[in-house]
Design a protein around this ligand. Structure first.
Ligand code: PLP
Length: 356
């Protein structure tokens, strides 16, 4: 009765190991829905990578609220990607792991407040990038040196850069930013980065041999080998319909003979409507209307596929199930069969994750 993520464990673990051994300083990112796997499982897998001697001495979470999910399953340092602010969960750290937490300071004004509360705080200083999300300008970054001088127990863990998804086009920006970093009167020789290609990281390590680079990686680590992952729904009911038969919450009528299928997976799992089929232009719609096409009847493509073909929603997805329309002639699956579903892993809540 569920939407399942089935993981080929050997394949997945091989991929995780190969990323960790190929990316020295790797910081696994474990946030949100845990990229579909759950935060707890990814925290345990990060510890497993560390236990095999593959580095991984720091794990990154997205928010302070996520720390309790990972802190007992992973034993190294815990970098929080959301910048520290003088409010919210950042001020309520559990003393059991507070000393393992590395804060991200993205505004100069926050640093004295953080250090007043916790004089031995560990933190990275975030420099703004072309993403323009969080981070300090050069001047702001330089101004933090004086604050740090006034707090001898402060632990500066480096500088953080959050780069756009640029497919190998981030190198010149990083060079420019590092010129500012080098000019700061702080020991910022550890650089935490995102979204750099392996070639870019190699180039940086060669250009800055005294620096340590920590690539923060989520998607390419956990979801990098899609062939290890399969998402399935289960067929819960099958109804034969004739043209004109009514069905569903809105009592639509079948545009032609076929089958209405009820399958597991709905809005509660993050299943949404996909783009309408085919040609959206007026002329295109007139042509499909003339052909009696399914999209002309208002049917929308679903992420569920049967026999390799993406099927149409009979009506918008329900909370935990969806209704599909299968036209006459297609093979009709049986109740209990599983069918493939294409999802965005970071936006899907699976009922079960099964790792072999
Ligand atoms: C989410 C995130 C990452 C990891 O991004 P992926 O594309 O999943 O690898 C890295 N750095 C920051 C600051 C992030 O928020």
């Amino acid at each position: 009765m569920s939407l399942d993520l089935t993981v080929d464990g050997d394949r997945w673990r091989d991929h995780l190991r190969s990323v960790a051994s190929g990316e020295p300083g790797l910081v696994p990112v474990v946030k949100g829905n845990g990229y579909g796997f759950t935060l707890g499982r990814l925290a345990r897998k990060s510890q497993w990578l560390h236990d095999q001697g593959l580095g991984v001495d720091t794990l990154a979470v997205g928010t302070y609220e996520e720390l309790p999910e990972v802190a007992q399953r992973y034993h190294g340092r815990l970098l929080v990607l959301t910048p520290w602010r003088p409010f919210g969960a950042a001020l309520e750290l559990d003393p059991a792991y507070a000393d393992r937490v590395i804060h991200t300071v993205s505004r100069a004004v926050d640093l004295p407040v953080l250090l007043a509360r916790r004089p031995d705080a560990r933190f990275v200083l975030e420099r703004s990038t072309s993403m323009l999300r969080h981070g300090m300008t050069t001047r702001e970054l330089w101004s933090t040196a004086e604050v740090v001088r006034g707090h001898p127990r402060a632990r500066v863990e480096g500088v953080a850069l959050h780069l756009p998804l640029a497919n190998g086009a981030n190198l010149s920006e990083v060079h420019r930013l590092l010129i500012d970093v080098v000019a700061t009167e702080l020991p910022l020789d550890t650089v935490w980065v995102s979204h750099l290609s392996a070639a870019e990281l190699t180039a940086l390590r060669t250009a800055y041999p005294d620096f340590t680079f920590h690539p923060r990686i989520g998607t390419d680590l956990w979801l990098g080998d899609r062939s290890a992952l399969r998402v399935t729904a289960t067929v819960l009911d099958v109804h034969e319909v004739e043209r004109g038969d009514g069905f569903g919450y809105r009592h639509r009528t079948a545009p032609k003979a076929g089958h209405v299928l009820v399958v597991s997976g709905g809005t509660a799992h993050g299943i949404g409507l996909e783009a309408p089929l085919g040609d959206a232009s007026l002329r295109g719609r007139a042509a499909t209307l003339a052909r009696g096409g399914m999209d002309a009847a208002g049917f929308v493509r679903s992420p569920f596929s049967i026999d390799g073909k993406q099927r149409l929603f009979a009506e918008p997805p329900h909370m935990q199930a969806s209704m599909l329309f299968l036209p006459h002639g297609a093979r009709v699956p049986a109740v209990g069969d599983v069918i493939d579903v294409r999802v965005r892993y970071t936006a899907t809540a699976f009922d079960r994750v099964v790792v072999s």
